[in-house]
Design a protein around this ligand. Structure first.
Ligand code: KG4
Ligand code: ZN
Length: 327
């Protein structure tokens, strides 16, 4: 059994976790920076990087204490090396490298998207490859056939905004504040999803892509003519319809063991419910990680590290931070 320390710092969550190769989460520590960014209505990279510097050391110490271990007991150190905000990524990666060097442990440079993509296997240890993954986060919106560790076949991606980005921009347009996704979901509960006619970009098209920019512009035009609740509900329904339609198209060409959703937008209950129905329609298992594993965290990075470590994949200490790093 291997014990992996995971470090996450690619956006506005600083996190450290200790996970074993059988999926046991020994420790999980996380600090959010929402309050620091709220006055600006979005994540400010420089503020984020400084906050990671302050938070990360104590979080790693707290994680080791929570698990009752020292660095000597750890078998490898997994740190997010991208994609993300370069300042934050460097804080976590350099910290991981320093600990690896000092303790004489291997470094595993984890792609943050791989962390999201493998997290469903941490949430559900019976999930087997290949699975069809809808990866919906603040920066990405992709359909991937996950065939194994390091084997990701991209079937669709967004040609403009990511789904989470659309939630965040809509929240801003509706004056719902930051962070946007949960605020839109909350407002949508009190609104009518059929109140505002909004476009469903690319729905029905044979092109394996997503698009959300037109939807966001339509929301901008409708602001003031409807309540924020009705707009939020109608917007959310439009996003759900797009995600379901595009996933249904992708399902035509693959034979997965399960339909899986991951990333921050997977925390949305309307998204989860609609995808679960789609899976049932296709006689497929549906797997979605618990909510805390959907949004950024270090347990998913430690777990991706554990999967890579088991496959013999470690990285040199000069591995670069990669702000852009497609899977
Ligand atoms: O995966 P994540 O924590 O960070 C990235 O890697 O981007 O995803 C953050 C995104 C944000 O855009 C946020 O608004 C969205 O996930 N999100 C949600 C919900 N919770 C977080 N979107 C819709 N409904 C939610 N409940
Ligand atoms: Zn993420």
């Amino acid at each position: 059994m291997a014990l992996i320390l995971g470090i996450e710092s690619s956006c506005d969550e600083t996190a450290a976790a200790l996970v074993e190769s059988d999926g046991t989460i020994r420790a999980h520590q996380l600090a959010r920076q929402e309050d620091a960014h709220r006055p600006y209505g979005g994540v400010v990279p420089e503020i984020a990087a400084r906050a990671h510097v302050e938070a990360l050391g104590p979080l790693i110490e707290a994680a080791l204490a929570e698990a009752g271990v020292t660095l000597d007991d750890v078998d490898a150190i997994a740190a997010t090396a991208g994609p993300g905000l370069i300042g934050g990524v460097m804080v976590g990666l350099v910290t991981g490298k320093a600990l690896a060097l000092a303790a004489g442990k291997p470094l595993i440079a984890v792609n943050h998207l791989e962390g999201h993509g493998l997290s469903p296997r941490l949430g559900d240890r019976s999930l087997e490859f290949p699975y069809l993954l809808l990866l919906v986060s603040g920066g990405h919106c992709q359909l991937l056939l996950v065939e194994g560790v390091g084997a990701y076949r991209r079937l669709a991606t967004t040609i403009d905004d990511a789904a989470g980005e659309a939630f965040d921009k809509t929240a801003k347009l509706l004056g719902l504040g930051f962070p946007g996704g949960p605020a839109v979901e909350e407002a949508a509960r009190r609104g009518n999803p059929r109140a505002v006619p909004l476009p469903r970009p690319l729905v029905g098209s044979g092109e394996p892509h997503f698009s959300f920019a037109g939807l966001k512009s339509a929301v901008a035009r409708a602001v003031g003519q409807h309540s924020a609740e009705d707009l939020a509900a109608s917007f959310q329904q439009a996003v759900v319809d797009c995600l379901v339609d595009r996933t249904r198209l992708a399902l035509q060409g693959v034979r997965p063991t399960a339909l899986v959703v991951a990333g921050g937008v997977a925390a949305n209950s309307a998204v989860r419910t609609a995808l679960e129905s789609l899976a049932t329609e296709h006689g497929l298992r549906f797997v979605a990680p618990p909510l805390w594993l959907c949004t950024d965290n270090a347990a998913m990075i430690a777990w991706a590290g554990a999967e890579r470590f088991a496959a013999g994949l470690t990285d040199p200490l000069d591995f670069p931070a990669r702000p852009r790093w497609p899977l």
